[in-house]
Design a protein around this ligand. Structure first.
Ligand code: AGP
Length: 623
């Protein structure tokens, strides 16, 4: 796990396109490509074109359509150009921080996706040598570095030496006004080359150029290339020439935007290892195994008297898990409420109440209404949100962003696991600063949370390889009702698993505390009603086991989610799904993933529109 601290204006995800073509209509196609990359980020966008007397640049905050509007009436033709869409995670989206960026002379323009970790030192050196910067991004440093090298070397050598100086992750496409070539380099950030007929392309993702070619070269980390309309020369960062294979991608455009996945939901489920890794990695100092949040709480931690979590839907379920984390690790009493309920109540709140609002979109009307009420009553607000610049972030005192990247599918998945991860870090920080959590315990928790991305990937690899969850999903797809049962910190996972199934497969599913079965719901049990038990290793596993026996004795069908190595529960279960072991408080972040997949496969098998289920919207901006 890279323990980098995200600086101002550094971004997690964006879309890059470069075109070198004999057809001269590069401008229009750059914009078309940016539209196809917009699902990767849409705070701002920009293009650069090589024209007769230099480089033309146009950048715009907002959607690509607004950039397109501004370009209307502009008659520049060009054979070579680059474009960029930005998904900012730090700092308000702004024109000056949008890409492309240039050097002092304006002869070099470039776009970048990734994080340059040594940009501050490089910027200082360059400023000391007289370079003038116009933005606060890490990206601009690359342009000035090439410019500095150009004093002694040819452009390709200046580019290569600059790239070798960079630390961190980067996908770079650079344009030099004095030649009709593009220069490309890749390290730990996606870039793919498209080979056309008297034209070539480079992009973050295949969809950007798929209408014009399906023949691609996948650049590897540590590789670069020089591209013209008729040639693509590839090298490693040492300057050694490489022979790269051209591959035909088996996708149509619609599939490609999903990276080859059938639905955005499946793609987003499979992105969770990276999403959780990015969300926690930016906030951990790996050396001394401590949490290092980028913002502070609006109330001194020792003065917080209680925490109120406000959210809707999946985000509300994340808040229920957050309650366990905050009470257990920081010792502060926590209340969780639906936004739609809280806002019509007469809540008892004072200035020592910290509100944590949770929302993927940051636009959910009920959550926003609740936050406005809490603020009127004197509460201080922090938000956990996935969309920078959204309404919720603007009415919060502090926002902690999940770095999940755009979540397109209506059913929320990677937003949820990143919300839980962030709650855990907030709890560690509060617990440590209130003296409620020992340094030693904090280090132990940090080591555990760092193991999450690999364990998430293990679950996903197993799903792809074994297909057990798909088999179970097919079996339960004919059910009319289903029960999800869990205890303690897994009770909210029962609720979330049930929500996933009902919102995309339309099978009625109910999440319940396992201990509540005997107070009524057990009357529902029959051979047609599957019960999903979250029965992973925990302090209440024995209690869960006795609930399973109650169901089994009434001929209920049981699907059990158990920890690797668990043996006892097999004879009670009709189907077993195994997940890697981890600290019981972090287990919900792993446990939800098989339940997301169960819902996905059931809905897919039933032929439903998984990404846009009936009656639902991605963001409920109405009350
Ligand atoms: C979850 O799968 C649903 N899409 C829905 O419950 C969603 O979580 C809810 O509308 C809240 O949305 P938000 O996180 O954007 O506020």
């Amino acid at each position: 796990m890279e323990n980098y601290k995200k600086e101002e204006n550094q971004i997690i995800m964006c879309g890059i396109i470069g075109i070198a073509s004999r057809d001269k209509n590069v401008k229009g196609r750059l914009v078309d490509s940016l539209k196809r990359l917009e699902y990767r980020g849409y705070d701002s966008s920009g293009i650069a074109l090589r024209i007769k007397d230099g480089i033309f640049i146009k950048k715009r905050q907002g959607r690509v359509a607004e950039l397109e509007e501004e370009l209307k009436g502009n008659t520049f033709n060009s054979e070579v150009g680059i474009g960029h869409t930005r998904w900012a995670t730090h700092g308000e989206p702004s024109c000056k921080n949008s890409h492309p960026h240039t050097d002092c002379t304006g002869k070099i323009a470039l776009v970048h996706n990734g994080i340059i970790e040594n940009y501050k030192e490089l910027k200082k050196e360059l400023e000391d040598s007289g370079h003038i910067f116009t933005s606060s991004t890490d990206t601009e440093v690359i342009a000035h570095l090439i410019e500095e090298n150009l004093k002694e070397y040819t452009f390709i050598e200046a580019f290569r030496k600059a790239v070798k100086t960079l630390e961190g992750s980067f996908a770079i496409v650079a344009l030099f006004s004095e030649e009709g070539s593009l220069y490309v380099a890749r390290k730990d950030s996606p870039l793919v080359i498209g080979i056309g007929d008297r034209e070539n392309f480079v992009a973050s993702d295949v969809p950007a150029f798929l209408p014009w070619t399906d023949r691609v070269i996948f650049l590897e980390d540590g590789e670069m290339c020089k591209m013209t309309p008729n040639s693509v020369e590839t090298y490693n960062f040492e300057g050694k020439s490489l022979k790269k294979e051209v591959i035909k991608v088996p996708w149509n455009l619609a599939q490609a935007e999903k990276g080859g996945y059938k639905h955005f939901m499946l793609k987003e489920i499979y992105e969770q290892g990276k999403a959780v890794g990015d969300t926690i990695g930016a906030r951990l100092e790996r050396d001394d195994e401590k949490v290092a949040l980028e913002g502070d709480f609006p109330i001194p931690p020792e003065e917080i008297e209680r925490i109120l979590i406000l959210a809707c839907g999946t985000s509300y379920h994340a808040g229920l898990v957050g309650k366990f984390y905050l009470e257990e690790i920081s010792g502060i009493p926590v209340y969780v409420d639906y936004g739609s309920e809280f806002r019509y109540r007469k809540p008892i709140i004072n200035e020592k109440t910290l509100v944590i609002a949770v929302s993927q979109s940051g636009e959910t009307a009920d959550t926003i209404g609740a936050v406005r009420l809490a603020r009127e009553k004197g509460a201080r607000i922090i938000s956990i949100c996935n969309v920078l610049g959204s309404t919720l972030t603007r009415i919060s005192d502090v926002t902690f962003h999940t770095y999940a990247g755009p979540e397109i599918s209506v059913a929320s998945t990677k937003a949820f696991t990143t919300q839980l991860s962030l709650f855990f870090l907030l709890a560690l920080d509060l617990g440590s600063r209130r003296g409620f959590l020992s340094d030693e315990k904090e280090r132990e928790y940090v080591r555990e949370i760092l193991s999450l991305p690999v364990k998430i990937e293990d679950i996903l690899k197993k799903d792809k390889k074994e297909g057990i969850i798909r088999e179970i999903a097919v079996k339960i797809s004919s059910a009319r009702n289903a029960l999800y049962l869990g205890r303690n910190v897994n009770y909210p996972i029962a609720l979330e698993g049930a929500l996933k199934l009902k919102e995309i497969s339309y099978i009625h599913a109910e999440g319940y505390p396992a201990g509540e079965m005997k107070h009524g719901p057990i009357a529902l049990i029959d051979e047609e009603t599957p019960t999903v038990f979250i029965a992973t290793e925990s302090s209440v596993l024995k209690k869960v086991k006795s609930n399973m026996e109650e169901i089994k004795s009434r001929n209920g069908k049981i699907i059990s989610l158990v920890s690797d190595g668990e043996k006892e529960l097999s004879e009670l279960s009709d189907y077993i799904i195994r997940v890697p072991g981890i600290n019981e408080y972090l287990a919900p972040i792993l446990n939800i993933i098989p339940l997301q997949l169960l819902a996905y496969h059931a809905a897919d098998y039933l032929g439903h529109d998984v990404d846009q289920p009936r009656n639902l919207a991605k963001s409920v901006t109405v009350e």
